[in-house]
Ligand binder design. Structure first.
Ligand code: PEP
Ligand code: MN
Length: 333
C-alpha cells in the first residue's frame, strides 16, 4: 500500500481477499503497509489490485518462505530485546558464558561484558551436549540466576530452549529465546515459539542451506511471532582446522533475501579462542546486525566450550575495535 493509503483503503483490500477465501497478513511499517495474501495464487493474481485505492503494487512472492522474504517486507525488521535493538542499523554485541555454571561464574562474566559494552547477555540453562553424560545445564536455577543478573546490571539475556515443553519456562525468564543448530528443523518447537510472544533467535542448522534456514524462520513467523533474529554459527564442511566453517557470506546473502536481522556466532563457528576476535570483527563489516561470543573468566575450568571462550580482557579489547568498525559502517551500538 502507498504511504498515503488510509485505514479504509487497507480494510477494503483485506475484505476483498476474504471474499476470495484468502488470508490477509497486515504488516504496518514506517513508510508503508504491506498486506501479505495467502490463498489460491490464480484467483488472487486475477484481481486488478492496482485499481484499488491506496494500492501501490501487487507483487507475486514465488519463494516458499513468504513472510520472511524481502519481497513481503522491503524494510529491515528491527527486533527489540529488552533495552537492546537488533537490525535496521542497530548492532547488538551479545556476550557471556556458554552455560550458567554457578552464581560466581555468571556474575564474573556478566559484570565484565556489561562494563565492556555488551547489550545482551548470553548464558544457557539447558545445553544440547553431544554426550548424554556431559553437563546438561542447571535448568531453572540458571534462569533464576540470569534474571538476578538482569536485575543487578540492567541487561537483557538470551537462553536456549531445547524442548517444546520448556518454551513456557524459558519464556517466563528470558528476553530472547534461542533455538540451537541441532533444533533448526524441529518444526513443532518452531511453531510453538511462533505462538508465544518472546523474540526468538534461530541458529542455522549444521548442514542447512540458507533456503532451508529461512523456511525454518517462516515456521515461527507464520504463527504470528514476527520477532525473529537469525544466527549464523558456522556450517559443516570438509575443513577440520576450525570447529565449523563460518559462512562469511551469510549476512549479505540473507539481507538480499530476507528482512530479518542476522547475527554471527564466531565462538561456535571457530571453536578456538584466538579465532573469535578476528571473526567477530568480520561480523561487523559483513553487514550483520550483531554477534554473540562466549566469554568466561576462568575458561580452563569451564564445564562447556572452554577452548572457545575469550577472557573478559579480550572481550574488552574486541569491543574497542567494534566501536571503531561500527563507526565506519554507520552502525549504532
Ligand atoms: C550455543 O550457542 O551454546 C550452542 C549450543 O550453539 P549451537 O546450537 O550453534 O551449537
Ligand atoms: Mn557452547
Amino acid at each position: 500500500m502507498r504511504g498515503t493509503a488510509t485505514r479504509e483503503d487497507i480494510a477494503r483490500v483485506v475484505a476483498r481477499l476474504a471474499e476470495v477465501g484468502a488470508d490477509a497478513h497486515v504488516s504496518a511499517g514506517k513508510h508503508r503497509t504491506v498486506i501479505g495474501a495467502v490463498g489460491d495464487r490464480e484467483i488472487i493474481q486475477e484481481l486488478p489490485w492496482e485499481a484499488f485505492p491506496g494500492v501501490e503494487r501487487a507483487v507475486p512472492v514465488l519463494k516458499p518462505f513468504r513472510f520472511v522474504s524481502r519481497d513481503f517486507r522491503p524494510e529491515d525488521t528491527v527486533v527489540e530485546v529488552g533495552s537492546a535493538k537488533i537490525g535496521g542499523g542497530h548492532f547488538a554485541p551479545i556476550a557471556g558464558p556458554c552455560a550458567v555454571e554457578s552464581r560466581d561464574q555468571l556474575f564474573a562474566a556478566a559484570e565484565a561484558v556489561v562494563a565492556a559494552g555488551a547489550r545482551i547477555l548470553r548464558g544457557d540453562a539447558f545445553k544440547p551436549r553431544t554426550s548424554p553424560y556431559a553437563f546438561q545445564g542447571l535448568g531453572e536455577k540458571a534462569l533464576e540466576l540470569l534474571a538476578e543478573v538482569r536485575q543487578e546490571f540492567g541487561i537483557p539475556f538470551v537462553a536456549e530452549v531445547l524442548d517444546p515443553r520448556d518454551v513456557e519456562l524459558v519464556g517466563a525468564y528470558a528476553d530472547l529465546i534461542r533455538v540451537g543448530t541441532r533444533n533448526m528443523a524441529n518444526f513443532t518447537l518452531l511453531a510453538e515459539l511462533g505462538r508465544q510472544n518472546k523474540p526468538v533467535m534461530l541458529k542455522r542448522g549444521l548442514t542447512a542451506t540458507i533456503d532451508e534456514w529461512l523456511n525454518a524462520a517462516e515456521y515461527i513467523y507464520k504463527e504470528g511471532n514476527h520477532d525473529v533474529v537469525l544466527c549464523e554459527r558456522g556450517i559443516r564442511t570438509f575443513e577440520t582446522a576450525t570447529r565449523n566453517t563460518l559462512d562469511i557470506s551469510a549476512a549479505p546473502v540473507v539481507k538480499a533475501m530476507s528482512h530479518l536481522p542476522i547475527v554471527i556466532d564466531p565462538s561456535h563457528s571457530a571453536g578456538y579462542r584466538r579465532l573469535v576476535a578476528p571473526l567477530a570483527r568480520v561480523a561487523v563489516v559483513s553487514g550483520a546486525d550483531g554477534f554473540m561470543v562466549d566469554v568466561h573468566a576462568d575458561p580452563e575450568n569451564a564445564e562447556v566450550d572452554g577452548a572457545q571462550a575469550i577472557l573478559p580482557i579480550e572481550f574488552a579489547a574486541l569491543m574497542e575495535d567494534v566501536r571503531a568498525l561500527a563507526e565506519v559502517m554507520g552502525l549504532r551500538l
